[in-house]
Design a protein around this ligand. Sequence first.
Ligand code: ADP
Ligand code: ADP
Length: 225
Amino acid sequence: MIRFEQVSKTYRGGHQALSHVDFHVQPGEMAFLTGHSGAGKSTLLKLISLMERPTAGRVLINGHDLRKIKPSQVPYVRRDIGMIFQDHRLLMDKTVFDNVALPLIIEGYSVQEARKRVVAALEKVGIADKVKHYPKMLSGGEQQRVGIARAIVTKPPLLLADEPTGNLDPKLSMEIIRLFEEFNKVGVAVLIATHDLGLIARLRYRTLTLKDGRMINDGLEDSEL
Ligand code: ADP
Ligand code: ADP
């Protein structure tokens, strides 16, 4: 699903954010990506979602070599990826329905067609009763659930989450992780970037650890950060 081969990323100005990173994530796998602030987690996710390009090495997503993707093809590759952000990036002047329907409308679904899928997505994340609410009427945990519904409404085979529990307390954080587990159980690959080591320790998942742009650990063992 995700394959990095000797991937390096140096930003303009000369800062090397990733250095010779090699790993892969299988279809249907769930893994955490961790490391201190500045270790390169966001950069790694941005290379997957085509928001940044590597300086060296090769990134393959769902069989696509991203070096060979023309700008016009970027939306097709992104269609395979559901993105979830710490600040959830909801449109605050739109209802929950409109926020979750947006990816479907962009893909050309009619509002009629979209409605069924939106309701189904909201049911999966447990907030179908909030469909007419505006995000500011929801708690932080509920807003993140809307963000997850928007990410999964197009049924992508890969979910990428960047600090999805960053603003949530431990109980709500675990509820959000349990949701990711539900999607993983039905075959969705999930990669979750987080510096919440307490959260990771309570679960047993493969953990990829970055330090200063290098992949220093890939496995279930405790990492020495
Ligand atoms: P993390 O998500 O683990 O905190 P990042 O991937 O955001 O790490 O950052 C890795 C390194 O790359 C940091 O030193 C950061 O300052 C640098 N960096 C990130 N984005 C940019 C950018 N757009 N331009 C220059 N340097 C950047
Ligand atoms: P938390 O304590 O988890 O941050 P809140 O106190 O913000 O949660 O919200 C608790 C519940 O009340 C949520 O279900 C939310 O949808 C609802 N709620 C909060 N503010 C409003 C509002 N202004 N109008 C309608 N419902 C609201």
